[in-house]
Design a binder for this molecule. Structure first.
Ligand code: BGC
Length: 377
């Protein structure tokens, strides 16, 4: 009798699990903490008249092989690889690859990640360059890019390799993006039904547009968003993220009444507004509440989510502030069980001690707070 009871209990537990967990959810659970490996999206290193097809240098790419081992050794489970495949494909029909060498570099990155037992996200990144080549980002061309990318990677292990269909769609309406995403999904699915897709929403993969949206019909999708709040902290001094941030310096995290933020004249109303609400925006409870909203959306819709980019620029803020910010976010992500990828391993948002390739101790502590049991908080 007892044996039967135990058997039935196990059966029920297994049954529940199967019902509750989709393939995408199971895979998302294994993603854990992750890291972005930047380089293959650096189109600005190429020549405009060649639509930047020459941007990726084999010797630069080769230097990065060792990084995958370092990332795995540091305990990260997933790498997101931003790749500008768009630079390597013709601008017009028949949309052939016109720089196969670039593709080989992408193949290598994927291979190196897998060799280190990392999950790997193939992320179609910056396909629009600086937007001065309008034909680069037509829906027709993006679909053609994905037909080729899916063909190329369809035989990789779908338990480890994910396809992120477009980084940070912007200057497109919600309806426009939905339609484009549906086209991309449809064409990928004609080639490959097994890989999990990663899909975000308009306005730069914003959290707000995600929670206003409905999931797509395909059930093998993980939804993604980016979180760089508070933006005047994470992007102080950045030259690429909207004028107004360039001259910002030494903003501490969190807000301190002793260190009033000086908004430079170039700041304008956008930066003034962010400075005015910084006390509230840098509060850890507010940040937790933001991330919880994303999690609530995922629970309500029974779909998994993934935070694909977060981090802070290291040029003009102190390591201590950056670590406090990282800690607030990692511990919230851990409590909410949101898999994630820090931006980025070796560029201006890195986690290293100054002038070394080692993760700073306070960053290590921040990362580890993702895994701390709730009782210790
Ligand atoms: C962009 C990077 C940028 C980062 C932080 C990424 O999506 O591709 O160029 O450094 O966001 O702003």
């Amino acid at each position: 009798m007892r044996k039967i009871f135990i058997f039935l209990t196990i059966l029920l537990a297994l049954g529940n699990n199967n019902v509750a967990q989709s393939v995408a959810q199971q895979r998302a659970e294994r993603m854990g903490t992750g890291m972005n490996v930047s380089y293959l999206e650096n189109w600005w290193g190429g020549t405009k008249s060649k639509h930047y097809s020459d941007f990726a240098k084999p010797e630069e790419a080769a230097k990065r092989e060792k990084m995958f081992a370092e990332i795995a050794k540091a305990g990260f489970k997933t790498v997101r690889i931003p790749i500008n495949f768009s630079a390597w494909m013709e601008l017009k029909q028949p949309y052939n690859w016109d720089n196969p060498n670039g593709l080989e570099l992408a193949d290598n990155f994927v291979k190196w990640a897998l060799a280190n037992n990392l999950n790997v996200i193939i992320d179609l990144h910056h396909l629009e360059f600086d937007r001065s080549i309008p034909e680069a980002e037509t829906a027709e061309r993006i679909v053609n890019l994905w037909v080729k990318i899916a063909e190329r990677y369809k035989n990789t292990d779908p338990e480890k390799v994910f396809f992120e269909i477009r980084n940070e769609p912007r200057d497109i309406t919600a309806e426009g993006w939905r339609w484009q995403a549906e086209q991309i999904i449809k064409y990928i699915r004609e080639i490959d039904k097994k890989h999990t897709l990663i899909v975000g929403f308009e306005e730069w993969n914003s959290r707000q547009t995600m929670i206003k949206s409905k999931p797509f019909a395909d059930d093998n999708i993980i939804y993604t968003f980016h979180y760089y709040d508070p933006f005047i902290f994470t992007h102080q001094g950045a030259t690429w993220a909207g004028s107004g941030l360039v001259e910002l310096r030494n903003i501490p995290f969190p807000y301190s009444s002793k260190e009033k933020i000086k908004v430079p004249k170039t700041g304008g109303p956008w930066v003034e507004g962010m400075a005015a609400s910084y006390e509230k925006d840098s509060n850890s409870e507010k940040i937790f509440a933001d991330l919880k909203e994303a999690k609530d959306w995922s629970v309500k819709n029974k779909v998994p989510i993934f935070l694909g980019e977060f981090g802070s620029y290291n040029q003009y803020s102190t390591l201590e502030s950056r670590c406090r910010h990282a800690q607030v976010i990692y511990s919230a992500l851990g409590k909410l069980k949101i898999p994630n990828a820090w931006w980025e391993w070796d560029g201006g948002f890195n986690m290293f001690k100054k002038e070394t390739p080692e993760i700073a101790d306070c960053m290590r502590k921040a990362i580890d707070s993702y895994g701390l049991p709730e009782a210790s908080n």
